[in-house]
Write a new protein. Structure first.
Length: 369
């Protein structure tokens, strides 16, 4: 099957083509590994090098055409529209897989109808919570695109409910959460990881790796760490990831800021922790997302404490000791203290992207029938 992917280039503070990271890279590669022919057009909202990129892993290959946002203007042979038309003339796609944000869902609807292809939209978050969705008219156009899609992927069960109930979508739908790259996330020797990252070997380490932003409730972790520090002197806080420019991190020799780690270093950090923390808020974003770091932490074999909102509240309802009330630092401090005293690993298997690609393949086939 010939599948055309439409995606933005920058997401989750990574670059799809330069960093070769995350869902928007891994699912297409896994589909290619299932013997489908995949090509993508990758739109950058920031000036980046344009042209053809080949992403090859083992026997799987995805060919990307990178272009910058000004190419959306319908002028010249290098416009976004002309590049897709040239591609379609020589390589007629069976499916348009629109990913990454509301704009690409709308672009996907227009192009799928023009090319006579089936449209599948991958909603890896509640796109309406993105700042880019505030553009006039985009939300209503996005909802029309979802209602008219031949198939829809949702990152979580709460988001699937939203798509059915609020958007009025009644076609094929699959809940496909996040996964981990095969062979990368697994338990590493804790002491070796701590030494490699220059972390204290005998301390009790809590922390997280990912977006350190206010809209994810990261400051609750800072305050919980202060509460916890009054109970026990052995606790240290470890942080890594992109953050708000104005965010003030806690200070002191018990706080370790590792900056932005390369993706292949994240398993070392997680394996160094005694407890991993997944912060979130009860918001339009938090209620519908599925945190990427959840299965990363599970795969590394560490106890997890997560905000009790959206998919985490649903998934962990039978393990309340791993949940804390959003925006409540005392609740988080209590859950962390309990896990430090009596560590409990969650009985989940972390899927790899190839597992999820098989489910996506089934949805695509249903959408074309």
């Amino acid at each position: 099957m010939r599948i055309l992917i439409l995606s933005k280039r920058q997401y989750t503070s990574r670059d799809l083509l330069d960093d070769r990271y995350g869902r928007l890279r891994e699912l297409p590669l896994a589909l290619a590994d299932l013997c489908h022919d995949l090509r993508g057009v990758c739109l950058s909202y920031r000036p980046r090098d344009e042209g053809r990129y080949e992403d090859i892993q083992n026997d799987a290959r995805v060919i990307w055409q990178a272009c910058n946002a000004h190419r959306l203007l319908p002028f010249g042979r290098n416009s976004y529209w002309n590049q897709i038309q040239v591609l379609a003339d020589s390589w007629r796609p069976d499916v348009v897989l629109a990913c990454s944000d509301a704009l690409h869902a709308v672009l996907g609807e227009r192009l799928a109808r023009k090319l006579g292809a089936a449209l599948v939209i991958d909603l890896y978050d509640n796109f309406e919570s993105f700042q880019s969705s505030r553009l006039p008219g985009l939300r209503s156009a996005f909802r029309r695109a979802v209602r008219g899609a031949d198939g829809v992927v949702c990152i979580s069960k709460p988001l699937a409910g939203l798509v059915r109930d609020r958007y009025g979508y009644h076609g094929p739908l699959a809940v496909i959460e996040n996964a981990v790259p095969a062979g990368l996330f697994h338990p590493h020797d804790r002491l070796v990881c701590r030494r490699a990252l220059a972390l204290p070997e005998a301390a009790r380490l809590i922390g997280t790796a990912g977006a350190l932003t206010r809209n994810r409730g990261i400051e609750v972790l800072f305050r919980a760490f202060e509460h916890l520090g009054r109970r026990r002197a052995d606790v240290h806080l470890v942080l890594a990831g992109p953050r708000d420019k104005s965010l003030r991190l806690p200070c002191g020799d018990h706080v370790h800021d590792l900056g932005c780690l390369a993706p292949d270093q994240v398993p070392n950090l997680l394996s160094a922790l005694d407890v991993g923390v997944i912060c979130n808020r009860d918001s339009a974003f938090g209620r519908y997302c599925f945190p990427q770091k959840f299965y990363e932490m599970v795969a590394c074999g560490i106890p997890v404490v997560a905000a009790a909102t959206g998919s985490m509240a649903d998934l962990l309802r039978d393990w309340p000791g791993h949940l804390y009330a959003p925006d409540d630092p005392e609740s988080l401090a209590g859950a962390l203290n309990a896990q430090l005293d009596d560590p409990q690993r969650l009985p989940f298997h972390a899927p790899c992207w190839h597992d999820l690609a098989k489910r996506l393949e089934c949805l695509i086939q249903d959408s074309c029938s």
